[in-house]
Design a protein around this ligand. Sequence first.
Ligand code: 3HC
Ligand code: NAI
Length: 694
Amino acid sequence: MAQLSESVTLDREGDVAVITVDNPPVNALSWHVRQGLSDGFAQAVEGGAAAIVLICAGRTFIAGADISEFSQAPKGPSLLDTQSAMENAPVPVIAAIHGTALGGGLEVALCAHYRVGLASAKFGLPEVNLGLLPGAGGTQRLPRLVGVPKALDMMTSGRHIGAAEAHADGLIDEMVDGDHDALRNAALAFAARAVANNMPLAKVRDRDEKVAEARGDEQLFADFRASIARKTRGFLAPEYNIRCVEAAANLPFEEGLQVEQQLFRELMTGPQSAAQRYYFFAERAANKIPDVPKDTPTVDIGRVGVLGAGTMGGGIAMNFANIGIPVTIVERDQESLDRGLGVVRKNYERSRSTTPQQVEERMALFTGSTDKADFADCDLVIEAVFEDMDLKKSVFAELDQICKPGAIMASNTSFLDIDQIASATSRPESVIGMHFFSPANVMKLLENIRGEATSASAIATAMDIGKRIGKVAVLSRVCPGFIGNRILAQRAVEANRLILEGATPEQVDRVLYDFGLPMGPFAMSDLAGLDIGWKAETSSGSNVREILCESGRRGQKNGRGYYTYDPDTRAATPDPEVVEMIREFAVSQGYEQREVSDQEVLERCLYPMVNEGAKILDEGIAIRGSDIDVVWVNGYGWPVYRGGPMYWADSVGLAEVVAKIREYGERLEGDHWKLSPLLERLAADGGKLHQFSN
Ligand code: 3HC
Ligand code: NAI
């Protein structure tokens, strides 16, 4: 066996050369991998091999370019040169794929003459999620194998497809059941057949029949663009990916490749991809807790308990049933339980990804009860009753009597003090916050909150189970609203003040929507319901929301809130009557009315968020600046192409942010305009919020 570089070896099985990549954890195409591959193909050919098998060690085939190299000076051979050595080899090259062949990894496989894959393997071009497009010929080769519609879908969504689908589409030539050894044997057998039968050196670049089907079909591309417009609003990369596929359909291979290269460079040097690449690592960093090492023992979660089957409880429970974990769900009475379980069933039935049989399988994992004693065999119990401290303390005192030793007791509270809740138990080390976002079965964010006494094992378990149910978990310490809602609250104060000074709800919402957020604060209030926490008996017309509620406006649910809603389409229209009501109230409170610029709206909504983020870091509530960005991207729809509020502030320039906060702070009241000392320090020292770590 020859070691070609630190990560690539060359082996011989009879007359077949075997090149093996071993670059943990995911066999990314680091410079030494490219070097080893280039040398490997050359040496295999020089050595007279009759065929070459490319295979990877460890958990996966090549999962893409090495993203950490993107911001460094180029080193070693380019990927295109490496691929060329492979595609132009004078003997058959067979790629043997297990795990995930993603991005540059799939692009390498597409330069083999044949591909065999394990039945468990997955394939995808996820570059779009990094604000990129496949820059190693993938945009031209994939459509030639799977056709234009499928390539458009895969490249603009980043979706991975399974081996069966890949086989049916012609992306792989053979699907293999079994383990890594079975894959290697199948690839060697394929190589032997290719040699014995003198099979052609099939180059994907020479295929034309599938792209020819879409040649000149402008309508196909126009329809596709329209179908993803809403989901991809503001993002550059999806459109650039489409342009490359258009080039694949309409231009010769080499010209298409040039289009790809030019658009790739443009994206790679632009701000959106820089933000999205930063975000890729931010999300993975969030999982690392300095004082909770990776090998911290976790509690085995065999059964989960959920207390309360309301808006949150039902959705929370679904997450566990979705991965096959049985759930005991307890409500205060049979009627509430039936209603809660009914909503869960409806959610499953409505979901297009769940077959009728799966609906029944998942529902069978639920045990409903009105007796908390049924939590006795649960390893994790998540409380999702009303947001009321006395109630939470009393149910935790009960849970303390019921739950088995070592079980984790979690609260889904959005604002309340986890330490106070834990004080109602005899085992505060087992109490933790697990704050899901609504709808809990859909939203990716899970904010875990460690109390003063929460054990490392409880933290490790909450982080781990979060990942297993497909969430992105971020750890926070205790403070009102934790990371996400505490920051949101600052924006709300300013948004409410802006409409008193003369901005309209529609203007504030539009500015934030145009910035890239899914909706502004007033549309959000209408969606949630203006009457949450409002009581007619105690309402005193002391703010705009009370006034709207008093006039019968409840938000989307009754078609009237800050906006009026079309009963059929639910489309929102700004309501002059509301604007007038706000104006009258503002004048009665002594607010002078004026034109507020869009720029002021943006700054006053977002800079207090940045300031609060810095305070959260200074107080040690969040571990790192990037964790705050992860919370805001996943929990509140902050546009990932702007990185997150901390990254965005850095890209604006902290000196500018500080100057503006000072300026606004001189004329506006409120703690949220009091400059964070950390922010001030970082601005002075040239530091960055998104790189700050406690
Ligand atoms: N480059 C560098 N590091 C990478 C990487 C990559 N492409 N992919 C993963 N890693 C690192 C992660 O940062 C993480 O490091 P850490 O342990 O220090 O935090 C480690 O590998 C494990 O990653 P995950 O925690 O994500 O492991 P999972 O098992 O959950 O997922 C995966 C594995 C599905 C491969 C996932 O890591 C993934 O989706 N990776 C990115 C794939 C991708 O985007 N490929 C395209 C790259 S761009 C490209 O190829 C350009 C080309 O067209 C020219
Ligand atoms: P909800 O009112 O929809 O549901 C609460 C459920 O708890 C009700 O079905 C009620 O019958 C049940 N319940 C109340 N007391 C009980 C008891 N003693 N025993 C058993 N069941 C009991 O409330 P929602 O919205 O689900 O909120 C629950 C918790 O989740 C709150 O702490 C809230 O702050 C938090 N949360 C809510 C979010 C939201 O968007 N609604 C988002 C994130 C957290």
